[in-house]
Design a protein around this ligand. Sequence first.
Ligand code: DOR
Ligand code: ZN
Length: 350
Amino acid sequence: MTETRLTIRRPDDWHLHLRDGDMLKSVLPSTSANFGRAIIMPNLVPPVVTSQDAEGYRDRILAAMPEGHDFTPLMTLYLTETTDADDLEQAAKSGLVTAVKLYPAGATTNSQSGVRDFDKVAGVLERMAEIGLPLLVHGEVTTPDVDIFDREAVFIETVLDPIRRKFPKLKVVMEHITTEEGVNYARSGGDNLGATITTHHLIINRNDLLVGGIKPHFYCLPVAKREKHRLALRAAATSGDARFFLGTDSAPHLDQNKLCECGCAGIFSALNTMSCLAHVFEEEGALDKLEAFASLNGPAFYGMAPNTTNVDLVKTDEKVVYPPNIPTPEGPVTLFNPGFDIFWKVENEK
Ligand code: DOR
Ligand code: ZN
């Protein structure tokens, strides 16, 4: 049997949804088994808005961690029009909070408390720029007259660029970019602009979502775009450019909430993400860039050291079989199906 082995620093996930309660307990091991750290999204119901909310949520995550797993949740606050800049500064300075998430109101799952009037958060953004706390941006406008496939490009032009011009020192991460425009804008920035890319947006385009019948398990936000955008994302992720790093946006929903008349947006990929990524990077002839994307560029942007332990990605002739879904007490959560056979698996350092 032939074997290819690639040793990389333990990866981190710079954009992850863990939810709460039973769902948290069910999905956390998929991440904590293979990743050192993850930026935890704050879009719970109700959202994680104050430092007190973040502390409680962090403790629930730590309590749900399987024995023997070495994983650090990096907490975020959900920016609202009434966010208290002093509370936020204190949470950042104590190390409790690593970043602040901006959801335009109505952009995605549980974003009703997000920002409608960007002038109302100017004071908070100013403070964040002063103390070096990154703003993580869900980059889609929500205006009903803007087509869903154009929402990212319009956001960059009408919201993101003005914010960056007004606060040039603000550190910004364009979360889960899905377009060539997103890639180009990220490339045009300096050290204080980064962009996360999900595993699934490197693999699926909008045809995969819609042709031959709708595939609810490929529905996420921002929605997958046309093929040229997927190719631009692949080029960015595999380039080694330090501005691009992994944020899986693994976002579990119960199957019953996806397979219905108004299905939720979100793809659960935490369990097989590293296997899928190794496949993608190998396809692109860029296995030597995988470590930068998954393990080095993210910490460098956030001003942190890379993880000190390694993982091995191992490829053999034998197919790696992942379960089609993971169970939760309320029902199954379907795992992302990349549409190709997987031969790469992750081996943790002994
Ligand atoms: O597909 C998505 N699911 N996109 C988001 O921005 C939110 C996420 C979720 O929370 O389910
Ligand atoms: Zn997300």
